[in-house]
Design a protein around this ligand. Structure first.
Ligand code: SAH
Ligand code: SF4
Length: 387
């Protein structure tokens, strides 16, 4: 990215609610907006509260998409709903399963755009990595998504819809009478670490994550949701207040000179501004540590001196440092640090008292690892450009 290129939030690129062929999609509406929608279709005021709960529960607790299947609603009311509304989630175009069990879905959203979703099964959890935008306005030089221009923000429906289609595929909508809060869920965690900068699509991300946390629906604890940001400082505290989920910071460098190149948003909010912002973060505590993501790039940010500087910089912030071996993509200008280098780096951080897990790349054979995501929309565009 050239220094002149403005870094801009693209919040105006998408309408808040989706209306297709005159039918409003109920997915992604907050409870208040769902209630307003039901009232506007003629639901009597006296019944509105109960109907909102019922419809909410059908959509998010039971995973039902067809109003006909909402069997505790009177038939004429089901017909009324079907006349005005739809329950629509992104369409799954392809599903790939890696040799390590990681699943990558390519889903199509309105306008024919495509985004990728990755499901990562582990022994103690199952994490779904979802996207917040088609492409990204930021141009982090090591990130595949960063080579694609922002196409548009995703709506709340498209964001929570990614969770819903993954639950469909995992067969994880509870049977009637089944308690959805039981442990051992296949999809137990959500990370906003797919395509896009979630804090540049704040309202839709907030509404979608509120739905994911709602106890009468998907019901994931706020501690099981992690939002990763490249460092949109003013929005970080807001995420703590309005979403309450865990925060991960794409840190990646210990000097402004290097961070300006890797994460260009650093030119707007530099390392000091970012760390000052984090120190003021309302939810900071030892039990709610901030995750610092640090991609290991050979000869760029992986020296012992970098590790020591990192420890000095974050002093006083309850933190965990997640070391991510760089995942290559075609044409990438970087290489992954060696295993020995990564371990030496981790050791320095560990000795300073921080947890420093090394993230094991998952789903590499299907290009599903961090930073490898880039939608087929873009690939198709590139192909047509070259012919
Ligand atoms: N835009 C947000 C969230 C999406 S990126 C952010 O930047 O935080 C999710 C994570 O993947 C970030 O930490 C990002 O730095 C990391 N990442 C991107 N490209 C990568 C690559 N090629 N190898 C390893 N990690 C990468
Ligand atoms: Fe965008 Fe995050 Fe990739 Fe940077 S790392 S280009 S902010 S998706």
């Amino acid at each position: 990215m050239s220094p002149e290129t403005p870094i801009r939030p693209d919040t105006k690129v998408m309408p808040r609610a989706e209306v297709v062929e005159g039918k409003l999609n109920l997915v992604g509406l907050t409870r208040d907006r769902l209630r307003a929608a039901l009232l506007s279709a003629g639901t009597p005021e006296k019944q509105a509260k109960m109907r909102t709960r019922q419809v909410w529960s059908w959509i998010y607790q039971k995973g039902v998409r067809d109003f006909e299947d909402m069997t505790n609603l009177a038939k004429p009311y089901r017909a009324l709903l079907a006349e005005h509304f739809e329950v629509r989630v992104p369409e799954v175009m392809t599903r790939q399963i890696s040799t390590d069990g990681t699943r990558k879905y390519l889903v199509r959203v309105a306008g024919g755009h495509e985004v990728e979703i990755v499901y990562i099964p582990e022994t103690d959890r199952g994490t779904l990595c979802i996207s917040s935008q088609v492409g990204c306005t930021l141009n982090c030089s090591f990130c595949h998504t960063g080579t694609q221009k922002l196409v548009r923000n995703l709506t709340a429906a498209e964001i929570i819809g990614q969770v819903m289609v993954a639950r469909d595929d995992l067969g994880e909508w509870p049977e009637p009478g089944h308690n959805p809060n039981v442990e051992g869920r296949l999809l137990s965690n959500i990370v906003l670490m797919g395509m896009g900068e979630p804090l540049y699509n704040f309202d839709a991300v907030r509404d979608a994550m509120k739905i994911a946390m709602d106890p009468e629906g998907i019901s994931l604890s706020r501690r099981r949701i992690t939002l990763s940001t490249s460092g949109v400082v003013p929005e970080i505290a807001r995420a703590g207040e309005e979403i309450g989920c865990m925060i991960a910071i794409s840190f990646h460098a210990t000097t402004d000179e290097v961070r300006d190149k890797l994460v260009p948003i650093n030119k707007k909010w530099n390392i000091k501004a970012l760390l000052d912002g984090l120190r003021a973060y309302p939810r900071l505590s030892n039990s709610e540590r901030i995750t610092f993501e640090y991609v290991m790039l050979k000869g760029v940010n992986d020296s012992d001196e970098d590790a020591r500087r990192l420890v000095r910089l974050i002093k006083g912030i309850p933190a965990k440092i997640n070391l991510i071996p760089f995942n290559p993509w075609p044409g990438a200008p970087y290489e992954r640090s060696s295993g020995n280098r990564i371990h030496a780096f981790a050791e320095i951080i560990h000795k300073a008292g921080y947890s420093s897990p090394i993230r094991r790349p998952r789903g590499e054979d299907i290009m599903a690892a961090c930073g490898q995501l880039k939608s087929a929309t873009e690939r198709v565009r590139n192909i047509s450009r070259s012919i």
